[in-house]
Design a protein around this ligand. Structure first.
Ligand SMILES: NC(=O)c1ccc[n+]([C@@H]2O[C@H](COP(=O)([O-])OP(=O)(O)OC[C@H]3O[C@@H](n4cnc5c(N)ncnc54)[C@H](O)[C@@H]3O)[C@@H](O)[C@H]2O)c1
Length: 444
C-alpha cells in the first residue's frame, strides 16, 4: 500500500461518519500523490500527511440563547483551527442546519490550501453552528450571535484566529458578533473580518468572493482565447458570493440567466439583476420567488436546479455537492464549456471527473473563491496599520491576487505534466507552500 492509500484509510477510520471530510481529503490526496510519491520516504518519516490531516485544535460548544418569544433554545457551535503553519487561523463562520463536525473539518481543511494559494500569511480554520437563520427575527439573530461569541471569543484574536462570514453569516451577523467580542475583551481590534465600513471593515470585502470568482474565470477563459463578454452564464445561489458574481459578470458584458435558493430558481433571458437580488435577500430577507414580482420577464421554477438551463459558463455559488454527475452531463450536452466554483466543493467528485474528461475548463473553489479570504487578509493588514484603503486600490489588489492564483495553479499543474488540470494544480500549489512552512518549523 502506498503512503497516500494508508493515510486515506486512516482518515476514514479516525473520523467515522464524516463523508464531506473524507471527500475533500480524497480529492486532495489523489492530486498530491504525484508529489508525495517523489518524496515518500522523507514525508513518511516526518509524518507530514498525518500532521496535515489532524486539526491542530477543535472546539465544540453549547450555545444557549433566548428567542423572541422568551423561549430557551440550544444549538451547537464549532471552531476548527486546522493549520497555522503559514499564519493565524482564518476562515468563515457558517450558520446552517447542515453544519456538523464533518462539514467543519472539510471546510477548515480546504481553507488551509486556499489560504496558502493567496500568498498571504493566513492559516486555515472554519467555524459555525447548526443554527438555522431562516425565519428568525432580528432579535433572535442578535441573541444567538451574542451567545455564540460569549464562547468563541476565548479562542480568537487578531494574531490567533480571525473568523469571517460564510453561509448565513453576513454583515449583520458580523456586526453583532463584533459588538459582543469588543464588550468581552475591551479591545478594538481586527479579530473578525467582513466588518462594516463604520467600524474597521475594508472596502471590497463584501464583493470580494464574487468579484474574485469572475476575475479568475475571465483569466481562465482568456488563456483559452475566450472572454466572459457575450456569454450566457448560469449562477446558483443568491447569497453573498452569487450576488457579486452576478454583478461583476454583468459589468463585464456577460448575461446571467439564473439565481436560486433551496426552494428553486429564477430564470430571466434578459439577465438577472444583482440589485434586485440584494433587495430580496439583504433587505426583505425573502425567498427567491419574489424576484418575479419585481421583474416581470423572470420566471420561477420551483424545486429544480439551475443546471438544466443551457449556458456557456456555470458558476455554482450555493453549497457543497449541489452539482452532481447528471447535472454535469446536462451542462455538457447543452454546450457549457467552463465551470468555476464560487461555493466550496459544490461539484461532486464524479461530476468534476466527468467535466474534466469532457475537456471542460474547470476551476476548483479553493482557487476560484479565494478572493474573499484574500481581501479579509487585506482588512487585517488595514486594521493593524489603522488605515483604510480606497475601493480601487483594494479591487486592484484583488485582481492581481486572482491572476497570480491562476498562474500558480496552472504552473503547478504543468510542473507535473497535467496542463489544464486546475484541480491538481491548486492542490499541489497549496500543499507545497504549507508543507514547506511545516517542515521549517519542526515537528509541532
Ligand atoms: N462569503 C464568502 O466570502 C465565501 C468565500 C469563499 C467561499 N464561500 C462559499 O460560497 C458558498 C456560498 O456562501 P455565501 O457566503 O454566499 O452564503 P450566503 O448565506 O450568503 O448564501 C448561500 C446561498 O446558498 C443558497 N442555498 C443554500 N442551500 C441551497 C440549496 N440546497 N440549493 C440552492 N441554493 C441553496 C441560499 O439560499 C443562499 O442564497 C458557500 O459554499 C461558502 O462556503 C463563501
Amino acid at each position: 500500500m502506498t503512503y497516500v492509500e494508508e493515510i486515506m484509510e486512516q482518515v476514514v477510520k479516525n473520523n467515522p461518519g464524516q463523508p464531506e471530510f473524507h471527500q475533500a481529503v480524497k480529492e486532495v490526496l489523489d492530486s498530491i500523490a504525484l508529489v508525495i510519491d517523489k518524496h515518500e520516504e522523507e514525508y513518511r518519516e516526518l509524518r507530514i500527511l498525518e500532521r496535515l490531516l489532524e486539526p491542530e485544535r477543535s472546539h465544540s460548544f453549547r450555545v444557549a440563547w433566548i428567542d423572541h418569544n422568551g423561549k430557551a433554545q440550544v444549538n451547537r457551535g464549532y471552531r476548527v483551527q486546522f493549520n497555522s503553519a503559514i499564519g493565524p487561523y482564518k476562515g468563515g463562520l457558517r450558520f446552517h442546519p447542515t453544519v456538523n463536525s464533518s462539514v467543519m473539518n472539510f471546510l477548515a481543511f480546504e481553507q488551509t490550501f486556499k489560504n496558502a494559494l493567496t500568498g498571504q500569511a493566513i492559516g486555515g480554520g472554519k467555524g459555525g453552528s447548526d443554527f438555522d437563520p431562516k425565519g428568525k427575527t432580528d432579535i433572535d439573530i442578535m441573541n444567538f450571535c451574542q451567545s455564540f461569541m460569549v464562547e468563541l471569543y476565548k479562542y480568537i484574536g487578531p494574531n490567533e484566529d480571525v473568523p469571517a462570514g460564510d453561509i448565513g453569516v453576513g454583515g449583520r451577523e458580523i456586526g453583532y458578533l463584533y459588538g459582543m467580542y469588543k464588550r468581552l475583551t475591551h479591545q478594538y481590534e481586527g479579530a473578525l473580518s467582513g466588518k462594516g465600513l463604520s467600524y474597521g471593515g475594508s472596502l471590497v470585502r463584501t464583493e470580494a468572493t464574487g468579484y474574485g470568482l469572475t476575475y479568475i474565470t475571465e483569466e481562465m477563459l482568456r488563456h483559452a482565447g475566450k472572454t466572459i463578454a457575450g456569454k450566457k452564464v448560469c449562477v446558483s445561489g443568491s447569497g453573498n458570493v452569487a450576488t457579486y458574481a452576478i454583478e461583476k459578470v454583468t459589468q463585464m458584458g456577460g448575461t446571467v440567466l439564473t439565481a436560486s435558493d433551496s426552494s428553486g430558481y429564477v430564470y430571466d433571458p434578459n439577465g438577472i439583476q444583482a440589485d434586485v437580488i440584494k433587495e430580496i435577500k439583504e433587505v426583505r430577507r425573502a425567498r427567491i420567488k419574489e424576484y418575479c414580482d419585481l421583474v416581470p420577464t423572470a420566471t420561477f421554477v420551483p424545486g429544480k436546479k439551475v443546471w438544466e438551463v443551457a449556458c456557456d459558463v456555470a458558476l455554482p455559488c450555493a453549497i457543497q455537492n449541489e452539482l452532481d454527475l447528471d447535472d454535469a452531463k446536462t451542462l455538457v450536452a447543452n454546450g457549457c464549456f467552463a465551470v468555476a466554483e464560487g461555493a466550496n466543493m459544490p461539484t461532486t467528485r464524479e461530476a468534476t471527473d466527468y467535466l474534466q474528461e469532457q475537456g471542460i475548463l474547470f476551476m476548483p473553489g479553493k482557487a476560484s473563491n479565494a478572493g474573499g479570504v484574500a481581501v479579509s487578509a487585506l482588512e487585517m493588514a488595514q486594521n493593524s496599520m489603522r488605515i483604510s484603503r480606497s475601493f480601487e486600490e483594494v479591487d486592484n489588489d484583488l485582481k492581481n491576487i486572482m491572476k497570480d492564483i491562476y498562474k500558480q495553479v496552472s504552473e503547478a499543474a504543468a510542473d507535473y505534466d497535467r496542463e489544464g488540470n486546475f484541480v491538481v494544480g491548486a492542490n499541489i500549489a497549496g500543499f507545497r507552500r504549507v508543507v514547506k512552512a511545516m517542515r521549517e518549523q519542526g515537528i509541532v
